[in-house]
Ligand binder design. Structure first.
Ligand SMILES: NC(=O)C1=CN([C@@H]2O[C@H](COP(=O)(O)OP(=O)(O)OC[C@H]3O[C@@H](n4cnc5c(N)ncnc54)[C@H](OP(=O)(O)O)[C@@H]3O)[C@@H](O)[C@H]2O)C=CC1
Ligand SMILES: O=C1CO[C@H](CO)[C@@H](O)[C@@H]1O
Length: 316
């Protein structure tokens, strides 16, 4: 079954599918097939990043489906992200060009600043000295100015941010010529982000929800750590709606007006995850899922906590 994915209107007039495929942790040997399976299942939006180390293999999946005539380039919505070591304004254009080359594309649909904080420029994506991450003090406002140039040069249609808190967004908006179209942040029932969602809505910035299933394959999860996807309350809801726990989690996101990007490299799950546009959670059940919030952030990037632009030291 292929279901039509609704679109959201971005603040620049572009439309974007509210559902896409995540690719973090998708191994280079698996992700080409995952992208092909996703496109066959009706996915048109793919979330990528330089730091995921698999953009060439994602690009191979895209190319295969265009060559087969299943989709045209203009049917697809491809997002990538500027990594922390490329925030210095002169490094931004070379960074997107590397991503475009890896993906085999001439233009991105959306390019995001991956995190508000910068790391020391150089060959390592995770520069370290004496066991500590080496920071750079490039201001994300200066990085944003260079991002705006990418739109003017036609290298990406839209630009946005990721992991920014509301104070950082306010500061960015003070001088932005082009507004970010989205803030991609973690949203799942243990971290429902209502305040940040309301704030972004008031600024006409969409929210893209990452780790919507609680990122059960996050590399730092320890055996025995609670997994959202196994929550008994969620399993009860899944039984009630005759859906899977993953489908309840994804439906919860889209019903709150969010864009969501679950990752899977498993064909049956890729198919299952898009099958969320044929049922509705009751308003009471959405409110009930809201009560699961326990400030349970899974993607906290603790090694950057000391950075002056670390986003999670304030409430939202
Ligand atoms: N901007 C940012 O800083 C960040 C962005 N992201 C983006 O968001 C995407 C999604 O987040 P991510 O952290 O990967 O985690 P998700 O919450 O999407 O969870 C992915 C995990 O869930 C499993 N899974 C997928 N579908 C199902 C299902 N139907 N039933 C049971 N298990 C399932 C996957 O397994 P399998 O693959 O084996 O099927 C994988 O282990 C990322 O891939 C990335 O693109 C994520 C984190 C940070
Ligand atoms: O998108 C993400 C997942 O991987 C990165 C690290 O490897 C994270 O920092 C980032 O938020």
């Amino acid at each position: 079954m292929s279901l039509n994915v609704p679109f959201v209107n971005l603040n620049n007039g572009q439309q974007f599918p509210i559902f896409g495929l995540g690719t973090w942790k998708s191994k280079p040997g698996e992700v080409t097939q995952a992208v092909k399976d996703a496109i066959d299942a009706g996915y048109r939006h793919i979330d990528c990043a330089h730091v995921y180390g698999n953009e060439a293999e994602v690009g191979a999946g895209i190319k295969a489906k265009i060559d087969e005539g299943v989709v045209k380039r203009e049917d697809l919505y491809i997002t990538s992200k500027l990594w922390n070591t490329y925030h210095r304004p002169d490094l931004v254009e070379p960074a997107i060009k590397t991503t475009l080359k890896n993906l085999g594309l001439e233009q991105l649909d959306l390019y995001l600043i991956h995190w508000p904080f910068a790391f020391k420029e150089g060959d390592s994506l995770f520069p370290e000295k004496d066991g500590k991450t080496e920071f750079s003090d490039v201001d994300y406002v200066d990085t944003w100015k260079a991002m705006e140039q990418l739109v003017k040069k036609g290298l990406t249609k839209s630009i946005g941010i990721s992991n920014f808190n509301h104070e950082q967004i306010n500061r960015l908006l003070e001088s932005a010529e082009i507004k970010p179209v989205t803030n991609q942040v973690e949203v799942q029932p243990y971290l429902n982000q209502q305040k940040l969602i309301d704030f972004c809505k008031s600024k006409d910035i969409t929210i893209t929800a990452y780790s919507p299933l609680g990122s059960p394959d996050r590399p730092w999860a320890k055996p025995g750590d609670p997994q959202l996807i196994d929550d008994p309350k969620l399993k009860e809801l899944a039984q009630k709606y005759k859906k899977t726990p993953a489908q309840i989690l994804l439906r919860y996101e889209v019903q709150r007006g969010l864009i969501t990007i679950p990752k899977s490299v498993t064909k049956s799950r890729i198919q299952q995850n898009i099958e969320i546009f044929d049922f509705e959670l009751s308003a009471d059940d959405v409110k009930y899922i809201d009560t699961f919030d326990c400030k349970g952030r899974v993607c906290a990037f603790n090694t950057a906590q000391e950075h002056k632009y670390y986003p999670f030291n304030i409430e939202y």
